[in-house]
Design a binder for this molecule. Structure first.
Ligand code: GCV
Length: 691
């Protein structure tokens, strides 16, 4: 072998992969030297998409592959157990047909073949062998949906990965190839729906030109099994229809929505339905007319029902006119409505009772509305966890909530409420507020892609562990070197807890600065709405810190099942991670760790910084093994994270000390600046901040 060729060959064998920019996400298929033999028993747009993916991703020598429905006559002698696969499940296995061994991808529908194709590629990309492949899976949840908070002007509310992917201006004529890649990525996880526009919706998205634009996207997504949904502005009959009211009990309003639904379904026959944010943060809704959320949801449900559409109605409601604890308001409003919703309504409930904080106890509505399907809503974009630049793997957050024991029925968890199996609901769902934009790497950083990935995998199977998902993702994203996978997973594993530690340890929450929600602002107290001020949440004074949600306070604990309420009512039993969410405790209150509340708080802030320092060190060590571009970007973001973790810690401690007058425990460094300095920091033009 000539010397140069030998050198290149040896570099290729040992060195990092070629320059990458993250565009390929976790679908970095190996270059194949030969065209695999792929046979598709049925030619439809979806099976074509499935076969194209296999063709794209199958490594050399891994063929032949057969994609065939379970009812295909050739498979009848094989006695495949496919009944349990339902409409969307798949089975991938090696079989012998006519003396020939092939890898069979089968299912009861084209969708099963599509998901099976991606499952096969995932199996191979995570080190699985083709000759022993045996994969069977069906999703636990029917609606696996991304919520895009994308405005029609291209700004993404709480979006930190550039502008909206949807170029509304050039649609429907220009169909950016990126729309197809978006659909491929989602299909690879089993995501089967996308809400295109912000829940803070504009009525114009329901006009004919915008319906045509949404229809163009639906056409691109359809072969990948993704339905399009729209956020609907409740007052649209007034704004577009010239009707004087949006009262859901008014027949003219109902007729307007029915006609609007018919119009949408003419353009998008498989339109999924509407997502609605009503009577929340200034949005219009049925309460404006004295009607209930059920009245509003059911009126819309009737409009989409003939087309098999559904309504995802959000329970994220709270009002400044309600003096009760904000954490209680959604339960108070929705629990009495259990059983009053039409069967094509699903109530969408955030994972916690406030708002996507780095840690919140699970929402008390889970388990409290057995007659109503509840769809869990997670935030994939990191509004409160350092935007795009901080590395915070959300798998553990999702897992912690899904695994939470509701205490209502034996063995009932949030996941088992969400998948609807116990109550035999016809629909079930998981929604994730997307972290996707037009940045080249889609999510603003390579590690943010893992949060999109984890959401999708858990929506398919809520029992997966966040660790398993991280390993899968790391192998597909950085290659199969076990040392790299171990290190990447180690960095990810502690990263969310680190963000909790440096932003709000011990169950503190909502301590962020105004508007943009990026940096610390625990001192903020002047906003007009009381529950928008951080001081409302931490209630720190000379005597102690924390929100008393027991009987002596707001009694929010009573919204949980007695078994759970008993734990949360007692500071000695409440997990330290949720302590100050439920209790107002003296600064010198002794904890099981041997430290006081103050000592533990400081310890955890310091622990958060130490974890980030360690994450940086581990990433540094990976430099020779990761392609340069992706490594550099993550390294510079980790440097930002360390600086800002210190900022969060120092600003918070400076403020707490101004309240409690206590000194820092020995060995803990004083804040770099005084409190006035932290209060004076401003952030012009932060991304994702609605103007
Ligand atoms: C889309 C939080 C966010 C808002 C968001 C809202 C919601 O309050 O800060 O930007 O609005 O949640 O979920 O509706």
């Amino acid at each position: 072998m000539p010397l140069l060729v030998a050198m290149i060959a040896s570099l290729a064998a040992t060195g990092p992969a070629a320059a990458e920019d993250g565009y390929q996400l976790w679908m970095r298929y190996p270059a194949s030297a030969s065209q695999p033999a792929i046979e598709v028993a049925r030619d439809t747009p979806m099976t074509r998409a499935a076969a194209a993916e296999v063709r794209r991703g199958l490594p050399t020598g891994a063929g032949p592959v057969l994609l065939a429905l379970a009812r295909d006559p050739r498979l009848q002698g094989l006695r495949l157990a496919t009944a349990k696969l339902g409409d969307e499940g798949y089975s991938v296995q090696r079989i012998t047909i006519d003396g020939r061994t092939v890898t069979l991808i089968t299912g009861n529908s084209d969708r099963g073949l599509l998901y099976g194709a991606f499952a096969l590629l995932r199996h191979l990309d995570t080190g699985g062998a083709i000759d022993t492949v045996a994969l069977t899976a069906a999703p636990a949840v029917t609606l696996r949906v991304l919520n895009h908070w994308d405005n029609l002007d291209g700004v993404v509310e709480r979006g930190y990965a550039g502008r909206s992917l949807w170029d509304w201006w050039s649609l429907p004529d220009v169909k950016d190839p990126r729309y197809t890649d978006y659909a491929r990525a989602n299909a690879s996880l089993g995501i089967n729906g996308t809400v295109l526009n912000n829940v803070n919706a504009k009525a114009v998205s329901l006009t004919a030109p915008y319906i045509a634009k949404a229809a163009a996207l639906a056409d691109v997504f359809r072969p990948y099994g993704i339905r399009v949904y729209l956020s609907a502005r409740f007052s649209a009959p007034i704004e577009l229809g010239g009707i004087k009211t949006a009262d859901p009990r008014d027949p003219a309003v109902a007729a307007w929505w029915k006609a609007k639904a018919d119009e949408i379904y003419r353009a998008i026959p498989d339109f999924g339905g509407f997502l609605v944010k009503a009577n929340s943060e200034g949005q219009p809704g049925p309460r404006d007319y004295g009607a209930s959320h059920a009245d509003g949801a059911n009126m819309l449900a009737a409009a989409v029902k003939p087309h098999h559409g559904i309504i995802m109605w959000r329970a994220f409601v709270y009002a400044e006119t309600d003096p009760d604890d904000r954490a209680k308001q959604a339960y108070t409003e929705f629990k009495p409505l259990d059983g009053k919703f039409a069967d094509n309504v699903i109530v969408q409930v955030k994972n916690g009772a406030i708002d996507f904080q780095p840690r919140e106890p699970f929402h008390p509505l889970f388990g409290a509305m057995p007659k109503t399907p509840l769809m869990i809503e997670f935030q994939i974009t990191k509004e409160y966890l350092g935007f795009a630049s901080h590395l915070a793997y959300l798998g553990p957050l999702f897992e912690e909530v899904l695994d939470a024991d509701t205490g209502v029925r034996r063995g009932e968890t949030v996941a088992s409420v969400v998948d609807g199996a116990d109550d035999r609901h016809g629909i079930s769902g998981m929604a994730g507020v997307a972290n996707i934009g037009d940045s080249r790497d889609w999510s603003g950083s390579t590690f943010n892609q893992a949060n999109w990935y984890a959401f999708g995998r858990l929506a398919w199977d809520p029992t997966l562990s966040s660790q398993t998902i991280a390993r899968e993702w790391a192998a597909q994203t950085f290659g199969q070197d076990p040392a790299v996978i171990d290190a990447v997973v180690a960095i990810m594993a502690g990263s969310r807890e680190a963000a909790v530690d440096y932003t709000g340890p011990l169950g503190l929450a909502h301590l962020m600065a105004t508007g943009h929600h990026y940096g610390p602002g625990p001192w903020v107290s002047e906003l007009a709405r009381p529950e928008w001020n951080p001081v409302y949440y931490h209630r720190a004074d000379r005597g102690g810190i924390g929100f008393d949600r027991t009987r002596t306070g707001s009694n929010a604990v009573a919204q949980y099942a007695p078994r759970v309420a008993k734990v949360y009512a007692d500071p000695a039993k409440t997990p330290l991670e949720e302590l100050l969410w439920f209790h107002h405790l003296p600064w010198d209150h002794q904890l099981s760790t041997g430290r006081t509340v103050w000592g533990e708080l400081v310890h955890r802030y310091d622990r958060g910084i130490a974890t980030v320092v360690d994450m940086r060190r581990q990433w540094e060590a990976l430099k020779p093994r990761i392609d340069a571009k992706r490594w550099e970007k993550a390294a510079s973001q980790l440097a930002v994270q360390e600086r800002e973790a210190r900022w969060w810690r120092d600003a918070s401690l400076a403020y707490w000390m101004s309240i409690n007058g206590l000194a820092l425990p020995g060995g803990s460094a004083p804040p770099a600046h005084d409190l006035a300095w932290y209060k004076a920091q401003t952030f012009p033009y932060p991304p994702g901040n609605p103007q």
